[in-house]
Design a binder for this molecule. Structure first.
Ligand code: HEC
Ligand code: HEC
Ligand code: HEC
Ligand code: HEC
Ligand code: HEC
Ligand code: HEC
Ligand code: HEC
Length: 386
């Protein structure tokens, strides 16, 4: 059984190499084209330029009846780089009619009131996020009159919306909270690195483990280059049966990615994330946040049932590919998941111990379909092949 599998992987490996060379060549050829198209793309539409002919001037402002001042300056370049360039100003300001604009009027009571009212525009296109946010603790604080509690724009901004991680977003306002976690969470710094804030603060949402490519030499996440999206193609080509990467396929993917890595190999670091970004809006009161360790540190814990492998995309959004949950417990993953030990959640630490025992004693303990003996043989083979 084990042998059959091994041969299988070897043939597949050869096929993949040819296939990959093809893909890489194709991308080198086309990346120049991508660049030019993108450059042309970043220009704003005529309608938007029209709005900016007035709103790009820095001094433009409006005095409100309550004494506050609304700055009317909008940064065109930042908007052109934002996710909303395609919808244009009219996407959120459909109510502005240039025939009678600007109509000087006292329609705005306060800056806060204006921010709350305008955020309703987000609903047209992001109904799901809107609904989840409506039930959140922040929305409750907003309606209780807390002037600092965020509406949509409090976390995303209005004219330079870009994909962001929960960590940077939340810490903007909650830097003091980081210390509060240390009182009950050992190694809190590490947890904040590998567990997204929403994974604990949206307890009703579904979690998963995202295995993200990590550069252990540079100590940072690996980013994909603009215009050459290789990762997903690579993962797809490894995933021969199309039902998610298994442990052997994942190992092959990593070896392929590391082919030219000289300083130190890229590894995978597991992050506990929510399964969808939309659910990051289901934030509950702190009394309901996940606190019990066994939510993550136990065999078969909920987050460990869904696995993805990912790279940070050029725009900061993760590019994900599905993996099978067995990758976390398979002996074949020892190499790929060197950097990830959620005690109890993955069995790697335990397997490392087995590995050492195998080296010294040559014992043969059945692990899943394979024996450690077989693993050991494979390990030596790999040494020869290099
Ligand atoms: C001719 C210059 C000019 C153009 C063109 C222009 N605006 Fe304005 N806009 C203004 C001025 C001046 C104000 C402030 C009006 C006031 O004091 O009440 C304003 C106010 C606003 C406000 C603040 C809210 C309000 O109702 O006062 C928004 C939002 C706005 N403009 C959006 C737009 C959009 C979107 C476009 C393009 C479709 C646009 N503007 C085109 C000059 C302009
Ligand atoms: C994704 C939605 C969205 C798009 C697209 C958008 N705006 Fe806005 N705009 C808002 C929101 C929300 C506010 C309310 C202010 C706030 O909360 O920051 C606002 C406020 C404004 C204001 C009042 C001053 C201010 O900054 O608060 C002006 C002027 C304005 N927008 C102009 C524009 C122009 C010009 C464009 C196109 C270049 C544009 N907007 C595109 C959402 C948008
Ligand atoms: C007219 C439709 C429309 C409106 C209104 C709108 N958006 Fe968007 N939004 C989009 C589109 C289209 C995208 C780009 C989706 C993509 O690139 O996959 C987007 C993307 C986003 C993203 C990034 C999503 C990601 O994948 O990370 C955020 C965050 C976002 N919008 C927030 C807002 C906020 C906040 C408002 C209100 C101020 C708003 N949007 C209003 C259409 C809209
Ligand atoms: C408390 C901060 C916060 C508030 C308030 C907030 N968001 Fe978000 N939003 C986030 C974070 C963090 C993410 C990224 C989650 C992730 O990818 O893990 C996100 C992601 C998104 C996305 C991308 C979802 C996806 O499919 O990945 C959209 C769209 C969005 N928000 C729209 C909105 C809208 C509309 C509102 C207002 C109703 C809003 N957000 C209010 C923090 C916030
Ligand atoms: C714009 C500022 C802002 C941002 C961004 C923000 N929050 Fe908040 N948050 C607040 C305010 C204000 C409160 C209310 C504090 C209070 O009630 O004393 C609050 C309350 C909370 C509470 C409840 C604390 C308690 O005492 O019960 C939690 C938990 C929380 N936020 C988590 C988050 C998370 C997670 C994110 C990121 C997804 C986030 N916040 C983003 C401003 C923010
Ligand atoms: C491992 C789960 C977990 C993670 C990860 C986590 N939190 Fe918490 N957080 C909690 C729990 C549980 C509490 C309530 C602790 C208590 O007081 O009993 C809490 C409390 C808070 C509070 C209230 C603090 C106070 O002073 O009482 C805020 C605000 C908060 N968290 C924000 C965040 C932010 C921002 C992040 C991401 C950087 C984050 N949390 C990450 C579980 C978590
Ligand atoms: C939401 C999931 C989650 C919760 C809840 C959680 N942890 Fe963790 N914890 C993790 C993950 C994931 C790691 C793995 C970090 C790594 O190796 O990359 C980790 C790592 C650790 C480590 C460090 C292991 C090492 O290799 O250094 C300790 C110790 C730990 N957790 C203890 C706890 C305790 C005690 C609690 C309860 C008070 C707790 N954790 C709650 C997810 C969680």
């Amino acid at each position: 059984m084990a042998r059959l599998r091994k041969e299988d992987t070897a043939t597949r490996g050869r096929f993949h190499k040819d296939f990959l060379v093809g893909i890489i060549a194709a991308f080198l050829l086309f990346s120049a084209t991508f660049m030019t198209v993108r450059a042309a793309d970043s220009a704003l539409s005529e309608a938007d330029k029209g709005c900016l002919s007035c709103h790009s001037s820095e001094g433009l402002k409006k005095d409100l009846a309550n004494g506050e001042t609304l700055a009317l300056h909008v940064q065109g370049e930042a908007f052109a780089k934002s996710v909303h360039k395609a919808i244009g100003c009219a996407g959120c300001h459909g109510d502005v009619d240039l025939k009678n604009h600007p109509a000087a009027q006292d329609n705005i009571k306060s800056l806060r009131q204006y921010a709350i009212e305008r955020a309703a525009a987000c609903r047209q296109c992001h109904e799901d996020a809107f609904k989840q946010h409506e039930g959140s603790l922040h929305a409750a604080r907003v309606s209780q009159g807390n002037p600092l509690a965020p509406v949509c724009t409090g976390c995303h901004g209005s004219h330079s919306v870009s994909p962001k991680t929960a960590y940077e977003t939340c810490v903007n306002c909650h830097s003091a909270a980081l210390g509060a976690h240390r009182k009950w969470l050992p190694n809190a710094g590490l947890h904040h690195e590998v567990v997204s804030c929403a994974a604990c603060h949206a307890p009703a949402a579904l979690r998963m483990i995202d295995l993200r490519l990590y550069d252990s030499a540079a100590k940072g996440w690996v980013s994909e280059k603009e215009g050459s999206p290789l990762f997903e193609k690579l993962a797809r080509s490894m995933d021969a049966d199309g039902n998610g990467l298994d442990a052997a396929e994942l190992r092959n993917l990593l070896r392929e990615i590391n082919r030219d890595a000289i300083a130190a190999p890229r590894t995978l670091r597991g992050r506990v994330e929510l399964r969808t970004g939309v659910e990051a809006h289901r934030l509950s009161d702190k009394t309901q946040a996940i606190k019990a360790c066994d939510n993550c540190h136990s065999d078969g814990a909920e987050p460990f049932r869904n696995i993805t492998v990912s790279i940070t995309g050029p725009d900061g959004r993760p590019v994900r590919y599905r993996a099978r949950k067995e990758v976390l417990s398979s002996v074949l993953s020892v190499e790929s998941l060197r950097e990830f030990y959620a005690i109890g959640g993955t069995r790697n630490k335990f397997l490392d111990v087995l590995f050492v025992l195998a080296l010294f004693g040559g014992i043969a303990v059945p692990v899943g379909h394979m024996t450690v003996k077989w693993l050991f043989r494979k390990y030596l083979k790999r040494g020869e092949g290099r």
